[in-house]
Ligand binder design. Structure first.
Ligand SMILES: [Zn+2]
Length: 432
């Protein structure tokens, strides 16, 4: 079922024509009415008249998060103050926060995007959806909230924290769907177990909308088998509105609504376009945003683009699972390592709880990588000889997948930090 079948399943040629018209209009608007974009385009030597085909998007200048910081708070807004009906603020892990603004129409498009997305994950009237993302300045909570209401689901706005209460409410109200980070889902499962509740057998929970941090197919299988939750990946970032796009029932990539966003995959070093299917840096141009339209925005996420038709019948392009951030990518002894690869490896191993931490250090001139791995209580209390065999097998698996040797250190069950928001699993001690 589709929320807006006319748009979601429109012929690809019509969709591309529509994207081209929207792009051209957006570029004219930005060039004519905003000092920042006008100057940036002139520096690049490009005029709106140079946009003659959809591929001409490549002539336009890039934007970075730093541009938002440099023009904080509202220097990049293209709507006047009285047209802006909401602000969100993203906590910058590095440097100044970034402010995003929305016109009434921006909020409407955001909600429409999520209504299409949630419908494609099977959520609708009759569902009770618990939104365990943060409400407030963060975009996750309110974004999902309005999207779920739009499709007719009943929303339970629990936000983050108070996990036991969340589980009680989940049972009392027959919650069928949840939106949260994958690390919070793991934590919910653990707390439920301590309360003597099986999420799989004692609740109605069936669907999870999981995002804000990268996760793997192994995690999907784990949630399905152990928690009885079918997890769907969701993507978005506050600068583009917030969470916007999800996987559909086919679970083969995240549909990016082409009437809202134009996606490119570029080589981060040269800025040139990559071949279809190649994994590299994602660039997004928002085609209809009014208050804070982003032109060729380099979010810093690594993924691939799939333009072939999806088995669900939707014609809009898909992006693959985010495999990391350009700036999260660790270069260890010259090899690119993403924390998501470590997660993927560990999730395949039944001895691990899924909690881990990576510590990168430099001894002399040589980089070293240590992975702290939390074992399940059953395995942890086992005899010492078995633990050594397990350590060896985990080391071998990591080596096979990462192409790099890592020290494995076992941690007691429950000893590594739990995250209710984004997990921070890497400690790079090399710069210190
Ligand atoms: Zn699909």
């Amino acid at each position: 079922m589709a929320w807006n079948p006319k748009i979601e399943k429109m012929p690809i040629k019509e969709l591309k024509d529509m994207q081209f018209k929207l792009l051209k209009m957006q570029v004219y608007r930005l060039y004519s009415f905003n000092r920042f974009y006008h100057d940036r385009m002139r520096q690049q030597g490009v005029h709106p008249d140079d946009i003659q085909t959809l591929d001409d998007v490549r002539k336009l200048p890039f934007m970075l998060k730093q541009d938002l910081r440099d023009n904080y708070p509202t220097g990049m807004f293209t709507a006047s103050g009285d047209e802006v009906v909401r602000y969100h603020v993203s906590s910058g892990t590095t440097g100044k926060p970034t402010l995003v603004g929305y016109t009434e129409r921006d909020l409407e498009m955001w909600t429409e995007s999520l209504a299409r997305a949630l419908t494609s994950c099977g959520i609708g009237r009759g569902d009770v959806m618990q939104v365990s993302y943060g409400y407030g300045l963060f975009t996750g909570g309110l974004g999902l909230h309005y999207g779920a209401e739009r499709v007719g689901a009943t929303v339970l706005p629990t936000s983050t924290g108070n996990t036991e209460r969340q589980i009680e409410l989940m049972m009392d109200l027959g919650v069928t769907a949840i939106a949260c980070t994958p690390s919070y889902m793991v934590y919910l499962g653990e707390v439920a177990e301590r309360m003597g509740v099986s999420l799989k057998d004692d609740t109605e929970l069936k669907v999870g909308i999981m995002g804000a941090e990268p996760w793997s197919e192994g995690t999907r299988t784990h949630f399905r088998d152990v928690l009885g939750v079918e997890a769907y990946d969701i993507y978005g970032t506050s600068e583009l509105s917030g969470p916007l796009f999800t996987e559909c029932e086919a679970q083969d990539g995240i549909h990016v609504w082409g009437d809202m966003a134009l996606v490119e995959i570029i080589d981060p070093d040269t800025g040139e376009a990559c071949a279809d299917g190649e994994k590299s840096e994602l660039v997004v141009t928002m085609l209809q945003k009014e208050a804070l339209p982003m032109m060729r925005y380099r979010i810093g996420d690594i993924t691939c683009l799939m333009e072939d038709e999806c088995s669900c019948g939707r014609t809009h392009p898909r992006i693959g699972r985010i495999s990391g951030r350009v700036d999260d990518m660790l270069i260890i002894r010259g090899i690119n390592v993403f924390p998501s690869q470590v997660e993927h490896t560990l999730m395949q191993l039944p001895q691990c709880t899924g909690h881990f931490q990576i510590i990168v250090d430099r001894v002399g001139a040589l980089d070293s990588m240590k992975v702290k791995v939390e074992l399940t209580p059953e395995v942890f209390s086992d005899r010492i000889n078995d633990l050594m065999a397990i350590r060896k097998s985990i080391s071998n698996e990591l080596k096979k997948y990462l192409n790099i040797a890592a020290d494995v250190e076992f941690m007691e069950p429950g000893s590594l930090p739990r995250y209710q928001g984004k997990a921070r699993r890497v400690e790079d001690r090399r710069e210190m």
